[in-house]
Design a protein around this ligand. Structure first.
Ligand code: GLN
Length: 602
């Protein structure tokens, strides 16, 4: 899947590389999905062909109907039984999203499979929600596209039970009536899904129109779902209320197609929301920061640097290939020298390490093996988990444990010493350079269980107020009500609401202390028995998929003196920080915070 055409590749705990839509389901439903939850035409055909080769069809002619349709139904029924909420309970309801537009040739066979599925399980066990568009022309909402789509659905035997109508403004009463009449659904089943000031209002919009009751009514379920979702209401309202803006520069190379960084954008947005700031993402194309650009198109070069300089914080996200990497190194250098809050993710960490080695270790040719196979100082190297000689499938993918050094910025942010985060990379910090980097003051404060792979790089307080980078991708476990600690830290630091001094555990003075050893030489030290137990616990723990102890409901924000707000938390919380004037959770218990100009396109 090319990020240019498809948007981001979303990574699951089990290492599945899937469509970004699955990210939306994980984020909004708080579920942990598996690669099998992503059903593609290719997977279905492959399974049918494999069965045919095995002789499962006993030499009969293999056809789209019934073999492909049967395979789709079986797949859905199998996946529907997989527990997704951290318990071992089977889900009560399975949501099947059939993407695309009615009439797409690609989806015809799936429509037929779903028709058969409805017939098989019975209408009482099947609720078909059709999502359509009511565009506006000449100030008038049009119901025709919905009517035509539903006619097609009826023709294939799949009439909808509920219709969600996307529109700019609330759906006109007349349009609603028309849709109801022509599409044969009661008016109460035509739902207006119009634009709202921020995406967090969408669940509330659906709730107001009794969508859970309608769905559960169709499914003949007796336990009624929630009648209020105060935490969403608080978040949505606080986003609208935020007045101040935080500007984060995203330094990447796909900047013309920002869906490539969807989860990163969302993680920033969630963090900003909880930090009471409006988010402004400044897209900086790293290619334009490079010296070459200065020579060929100086005006572009200057404009790009101006954008970077105007940012409150800098984020270098993940990426592949060497185009634009030098520009990212320059951005990391700029952030380090100018003491601008920096978060590097995956490639963004590798770039930070390269920059540090060039700047502080005098290794002017420091680079990654990915970009210079025979480089003299490849401080980032190819370190596959499996077999270095296999070409395909050698990416380090999915959830892995990271052990965090006590007293580090990472520890401070996560409030935990063992975490689980998702990965998608091939290259790693070259162990040969670790000691020298530590001698210069840079710190690797997160390592994998073998202590071989460096997971987190950060600068100590004496060198920088907030400079941290991770080999893992924290964006995949960031949730609206539970933003990732690294993003939270970046946004708080960028909006001057972060101070590490609070509760910052100092490293023991005695350099022979095991803690010291761990921070400075994790490889030699290995894991303590105590840490091993923690690793096991986090693995076994029935969690909500974010791998973190903290509870989102424990996040509250306080209105501080003088109308300034800052992010505070209850004792168990994952990110204790704040301005001196913070006074603890506000009595209303509401989160006071912002929405950015960045639209959400879920
Ligand atoms: N290209 C780098 C690697 O393969 C970084 C990957 C990423 O940022 N996801 O290790």
């Amino acid at each position: 899947m090319s990020p240019y055409e498809h948007g981001e590749v979303y990574v699951l705990n089990d290492g599945g590389e899937v469509d970004l839509d699955l990210g939306n389901y994980e984020r909004f439903l708080g579920t942990t999905l598996t690669k099998n939850h992503n059903l593609t035409t290719g997977k279905i055909y492959q399974s049918v062909i494999t069965r045919e080769r095995r002789g499962d069809y006993l030499g009969k002619t293999v056809q789209v109907i019934p073999h492909i349709t049967d395979a789709i139904i079986e797949w859905i029924e199998r996946v529907a039984a997989i527990p997704v909420d951290g318990t071992d309970r089977q889900p009560d309801v399975c949501i099947i999203e059939l993407g695309g537009t009615v009439g797409d040739i690609e989806s015809m066979v799936f429509l037929e499979a779903l028709r058969q599925l409805e017939y098989r399980v019975g209408t009482d066990n099947f609720c078909h929600v059709h999502v359509s568009l009511a565009p506006e022309a000449g100030g008038e909402q049009k119901s025709k596209p919905t009517q035509h789509a539903v006619r097609e659905l009826r023709a294939v035997g799949l009439p909808p039970h509920i219709i969600f109508c996307r529109s700019e403004r609330p759906l006109d009463r007349n349009v609603m009536k028309k849709i109801s009449q022509f599409c044969m659904v009661p008016p109460s089943h035509v739902i207006s899904v119009h634009n709202v000031s921020n995406i967090m209002f969408v669940p509330l919009l659906l709730l107001e129109q009794h969508v859970p009751t309608l769905i559960f009514g169709q499914l003949k379920r007796t336990t009624m779902p929630v009648d209020d979702i105060p935490e969403w209401r608080n978040l949505a309202m606080s986003i609208d209320r935020a007045a101040e803006t935080v500007r984060i520069a995203m330094v990447g190379k796909y900047t013309e197609f920002t869906d490539a960084y969807l989860s990163v954008n969302k993680s920033l947005y969630y963090a900003a929301s909880h930090a009471n700031r409006r988010l402004e993402i400044v897209w900086v194309d790293s290619v334009n920061l490079e010296q070459k650009m200065q020579a060929t198109r100086p005006e572009v070069f200057e404009a790009e640097w101006k954008k970077l300089a105007a940012a409150d914080g800098i984020l270098v996200p993940g990426g592949f290939g060497n185009r634009g990497v030098e520009g990212m190194v320059l951005a990391a250098h700029y952030a380090r020298k100018k003491k601008i809050p920096y978060l590097g993710i995956c490639l963004g960490m590798q770039v930070a390490v390269i920059e540090y080695c060039r700047g502080e270790l005098g290794l002017v040719t420091a680079n990654s093996e990915e970009f210079d196979r025979d480089g003299t100082d490849n401080v980032i190297m190819y370190m596959p988990e499996i077999d270095p000689n296999t070409m395909g499938g050698n990416m380090r993918l999915g959830a892995r444990t990271t052990i965090i050094a006590r007293g580090s910025l990472a520890h401070y942010l996560y409030g935990q010493t063992v975490i689980s985060e998702r990965h998608r990379h091939r290259y790693e910090v070259n162990p040969k350079y670790i000691d020298r980097i530590h001698e210069a003051g840079g710190r690797f404060t997160g390592v994998d269980e073998t202590c071989q792979r460096m997971e987190i790089f950060e600068l100590p307080e004496e060198q920088h107020p907030f400079y941290i980078a991770s080999q893992f991708h924290p964006e995949f476990l960031s949730r609206p009500l539970k933003p990732s600690p690294l993003f939270m830290g970046l946004v708080l630091a960028a909006s001057k609401q972060f101070s590490r001094k609070v509760r910052h555990e100092k490293l023991p003075e005695d350099s022979s202390h095991p803690l010291h050893n761990f921070v400075w030489n994790p490889k030699a030290h290995g894991l303590s028995e105590e840490t091993k137990v923690e690793v096991e616990a986090i693995r076994a723990k029935a969690h909500d998929g974010t791998g973190r102890d903290s509870d989102a409901s424990s996040i509250t924000a306080a209105a501080a003196a003088g109308g300034r707000r800052s992010f505070v938390t209850t004792p168990k919380l994952f990110i204790p920080c704040f301005l001196g004037e913070s006074e603890g959770p506000s009595s209303s218990g509401q989160v006071a915070s912002p929405i950015g100009p960045l639209g959400e396109h879920e």
